[in-house]
Design a protein around this ligand. Structure first.
Ligand code: UFG
Length: 324
C-alpha cells in the first residue's frame, strides 16, 4: 500500500511511519515541520507543506493516488488552545477540511483521523465508551470534535470513509530506542518524569494532590504509541468492509495516578524520583479511562503493551538513547 501520512514527523505520526515501513508499505510524509522532526522519519518521500496552504497542497497532491491517508497533523496542547483558540480551529478544523477536499479531488477514499479523549470533557461514567456525552472543556477538544462532525457529514455524501480514534494518554517509545516523544516545550507526564532524573533536569512538579482519587493525584489511561499505530493500520482493513464514518476510543482500560506513574518510572530508571506537589493544572479532569471494547471487537485491535511498566521502560530506553 502507499499511504499519505500528514503529521508523520510528529510523535505518534513518526511511529506510524515506522510501523507501516516495517510491514513493507510505502509512507509519504506530509508535514510543515512546525513541531515535527526530520530525524524522526527515514527512507520516505516528504511533502513539506502546511495544510492551510491550499495552493501548494493542491499542487503537491494533484493526480497522486494513495490507498489511505492517516492524518496526525494538528495542534495538540490543551493549555495553548485556551490561549490561542483561533490557531486551533484553523489548524485542526480548516486544515482537515483542506486535506479532505484534496482527497475528494484526487479520488482518495480512506481517511484515519487522529482525535482525542478531550472531546468528552469531564467524564460522567467510570470508563468512557464511544456513546459517552461529548462536552469538550477546551478549544483543543472542541476543534477535534468539530473535525469529527465535519467528517461524519462529508462521509454521508462523498465517496470517503473515515475512522476517528480518540486516544487517551499516548505514551512510550519504539522498541528500538531510536524514536520517541520529543515535544518542545514538553508538557506530558512520562517524559517530564524521566527528564527530571537526568543531571541538570528540573524537579518534577505534580499538578494537584487533592483530587478525589485513590492517592489524590489525577488518574489517566496510558496507551503505547506503537499500539496506537497498529490500530490505525487495522482501520484501513476495517474500512474495506465498513464504509462511511466510524469512531473508536483507544486506551488500555486501566487507570494509573500520577504517583503510580512516578513509581513505575522509578522501577524503569532504578532510582528514587523526587517531586514537588504543585497547584492543579487548569482543565485537568480527575479521572480519564477508556472503554476500548469496540475497537478490540470491531477492528480486532490487540494492544501489546498492557502494563504500565512496559510503557515506561520503553520511554526510558528512548530518553537514555536521546540524552533526555
Ligand atoms: N502532570 C504532572 N506533571 C507534569 C505533567 C503532567 O503532574 O509535569 C499531570 C497532569 O496534571 C495530568 C497527568 O499528569 O494529571 C497527565 O498529564 P499529561 O499532560 O501527560 O496528559 P493529559 O492527560 O493532560 O493529556 C491527555 C492528552 C491530550 C488530551 C488530554 C485530555 O495528551 O491530548 O489528555 O484531557 F487532550
Amino acid at each position: 500500500m502507499r499511504l499519505l501520512i500528514p503529521g508523520g514527523a510528529g510523535y505518534i505520526g513518526s511511529h506510524m511511519v515506522k510501523y507501516v515501513q516495517e510491514l513493507g508499505h510505502e509512507a509519504v510524509v506530509l508535514d510543515d515541520f512546525s513541531t515535527g522532526h526530520e530525524w524522526a522519519i527515514n527512507d520516505c518521500e516528504i511533502l513539506r507543506v502546511n495544510l492551510l496552504d491550499q495552493d501548494t497542497l493542491a499542487q503537491l497532491l494533484k493526480g497522486r493516488s494513495f490507498d489511505g491517508v492517516i492524518h496526525f497533523a494538528a495542534k495538540s496542547l490543551v493549555g495553548e488552545s485556551v490561549q490561542k483558540p483561533d490557531l486551533y480551529y484553523r489548524n485542526n478544523v480548516v486544515g482537515t477540511l483542506n486535506l479532505v477536499n484534496e482527497m475528494i479531488t484526487n479520488d482518495i477514499h480512506n481517511l484515519v483521523f487522529s482525535s482525542t479523549a478531550a472531546i468528552f470533557g469531564n467524564p460522567v461514567t467510570e470508563k468512557i465508551a464511544e456513546d459517552h456525552p461529548k462536552n469538550p472543556i477546551n478549544p483543543y477538544g472542541q476543534s477535534k470534535l468539530m473535525a469529527e462532525n465535519m467528517l461524519r457529514d462529508i462521509c454521508a455524501v462523498h465517496d470517503i470513509n473515515a475512522t476517528c480514534f480518540r486516544y487517551f494518554n499516548a505514551a512510550g517509545a519504539d522498541r528500538s530506542g531510536s524514536l520517541g516523544e520529543a515535544h518542545d516545550p514538553e508538557t506530558h507526564l512520562i517524559p517530564n518524569i524521566l527528564k527530571s532524573t537526568i543531571p541538570g533536569g528540573s524537579v518534577l512538579k505534580v499538578f494537584g494532590t487533592d483530587y478525589e482519587t485513590h492517592d489524590g493525584t489525577c488518574v489517566r489511561d496510558y496507551v503505547h504509541v506503537t499500539d496506537l499505530a497498529e490500530a490505525h493500520f487495522l482501520a484501513l482493513e476495517y474500512m474495506k468492509d465498513n464504509s462511511g464514518f466510524s469512531a473508536f476510543n483507544l486506551g488500555n482500560g486501566s487507570g494509573f495516578s500520577v504517583l503510580d506513574v512516578i513509581r513505575s518510572c522509578e522501577r524503569a530508571v532504578k532510582k528514587m524520583i523526587p517531586f514537588d506537589p504543585a497547584m492543579r493544572r487548569v482543565g485537568d479532569p480527575p479521572v480519564l479511562v477508556a472503554d476500548s471494547s469496540a475497537a478490540i471487537c470491531k477492528i480486532s485491535w490487540e494492544p501489546k503493551f498492557g502494563s504500565l511498566d512496559a510503557i515506561t521502560q520503553s520511554a526510558w530506553r528512548w530518553h537514555e538513547h536521546s540524552g533526555g
